[in-house]
Design a protein around this ligand. Structure first.
Ligand code: ACO
Length: 428
């Protein structure tokens, strides 16, 4: 392939270099486009064809259903690694040695105490508040209690901010859930592993000791790993773009949480379960909902289906589907929702509407079934996604800052009124 892309605009032709990634992905480098063409820009709604950065963190091939963090396949990580090892690899580039992992965990634990005054902010929220809104607010509020996390002028500042948020975020997650349930807020224990401690913080009752189920711990580890990064998706792009103005890490993450909340992104896991429940309550007629999803006059979409990048299958969905079977089986739970989900998947996989548009189950289609089996309330599902995505957001933010990327500032094609005169209010 020629290393040059040629562009013809009217009489004039321009050349732009191609840039190639380590997996041979090719991009046209258009940084000189506007200057060379006297103001012409590209327009790409939804950034379907636009790369916003070069990144060494996550590789995915949507056509082949490949996902790798730092070169390690998602299948292998989900089977062999634990979440903290994956977080380390995402943030620092390689899987840690035991010594590195121990230090990382010790540093996280040493920063995990949240200022008690955060509880006052939490108390001010109504119990009906959606946990994603609460989590986003509390994450942003952490900045006020940790002002040194804003100016990260050295690697040391950056490291401290990273271990602080990895320590405090699970506390905020657990407090968000416990507040809704009217349970006293707690801290868990530094004697536990990272994921074990999350479970203890979330589920411990005030009047009995909490036994950690290895089945639930393994399932949560796997779910968090599967959600840990996904290159330049909506929330990650948000974190990078907010961070590109040199806003601090916590403020950037808070924006990412808001972006994740929407039902077309992380909020889909809640939407899937609500959809499956609605189908069940409506007599389990999956065909009716398939027809609604295909009807262009009906806004209903089959939640948990389709993906901007995966056009073959989502490798995470395969792992989660298997895990859902195993977890429900191990816990002795029979959930009719799982059968409805499998029925819908089966129908969609042989339906020309879904086949032609390459719509397959995504990561969110089965995850809610596992969360529910673990006893996590539906409204907390997207919060669990945020907990898993935290290391990915951190890794992407760190990469953006260390690469000294310029402030993110897209352009536009203006389609409004041309210059017109101001009309006095009495004459309008
Ligand atoms: N149900 C029915 N039809 C669908 C669905 C769906 N879930 N998803 C896409 N389509 C149809 C669209 O109507 C469109 O049809 P058309 O070509 O006849 O107009 C075609 O498939 C392409 O869809 P787009 O919306 O253009 O695809 P895009 O890449 O912009 O959107 C998205 C991807 C947002 C994930 C979409 O598939 C969707 O809304 N899915 C449901 C929500 C969901 O599960 N989101 C989670 C994504 S994974 C994640 O964020 C972790």
């Amino acid at each position: 392939m020629s290393e040059i892309a040629k562009l013809q605009i009217g009489e004039n032709s321009y050349e732009f270099p191609l840039t190639k990634g380590t997996e041979n992905e090719v991009a046209i480098d258009i940084k000189t486009l506007r200057g060379a063409t006297n103001g012409v820009i590209t327009i790409d709604r939804g950034f379907k064809n636009t790369g916003s950065c070069e990144s060494e963190i996550t590789f995915l091939d949507g056509e082949k259903g490949v996902l790798r963090y730092r070169g390690y396949s998602i299948e292998e990580l989900a089977e062999k690694a634990d979440f903290l090892e994956v977080a380390y690899a995402l943030i620092f580039g390689n899987l840690p040695t035991q010594e590195q992992l121990n230090k990382f965990h010790a540093d996280i634990k040493s920063k995990s105490v949240v200022d008690d005054d955060i509880k006052k902010i939490l108390d001010a929220f109504p119990k009906t508040a959606h946990p994603m809104g609460v989590l986003s607010s509390l994450t942003s509020a952490l900045t006020a209690f940790n002002p040194s996390s804003v100016n990260v002028d050295s690697e040391e500042d950056m490291y401290n901010s990273i271990v602080k948020i990895l320590g405090k975020f699970p506390v905020l997650v657990s407090w968000t859930m416990r507040k809704k349930q009217g349970l006293p807020l707690n801290y868990g224990s530094t004697s536990l592993g990272y994921v074990e401690n999350i479970l203890k913080m979330m589920f411990e009752q005030p009047n009995e000791s909490y036994e950690i189920s290895p089945i639930i711990k393994d399932a949560l580890d796997k779910l968090l790993i599967l959600h840990a990064d996904h290159e330049q998706n909506c929330s990650t792009s948000t974190v990078r773009i907010v961070g590109s103005s040199h806003a601090g890490l916590f403020a950037s993450l808070s924006a990412g949480i808001s972006a994740l909340w929407g039902p077309l992104h992380g909020g889909a896991n809640q939407a899937v379960l609500e959809m499956l429940e609605a189908i069940k309550a409506d007599g389990g007629d999956t065909k009716k909902y398939m027809a609604k999803a295909k009807d262009k006059n009906d806004p209903f979409r089959l939640m948990g289906f389709g993906h901007r990048v995966y056009k073959n299958f989502d490798p995470r969905a395969r792992i989660i589907k298997k895990a859902a079977d195993e977890v429900l089986n191990d816990l002795g739970i029979e959930d009719p929702i799982l059968d409805i989900a499998k029925g819908l998947e089966q129908e969609a996989l042989s339906d020309p509407y879904f086949v032609d548009r390459k719509l397959y189950p995504n990561v969110d289609f089965y995850s809610g079934i596992i969360y529910r089996a673990m006893g996590i309330p539906v409204e907390m599902f997207t919060v669990m996604f945020a907990l898993g995505r935290l290391p990915g957001w951190i890794a992407q933010w760190k990469e953006m800052r260390l690469n000294k990327e310029p402030i993110g500032r897209p352009r536009q094609v203006y389609t409004g009124e041309n210059l017109r005169s101001f009309v006095e209010i009495e004459n309008r």
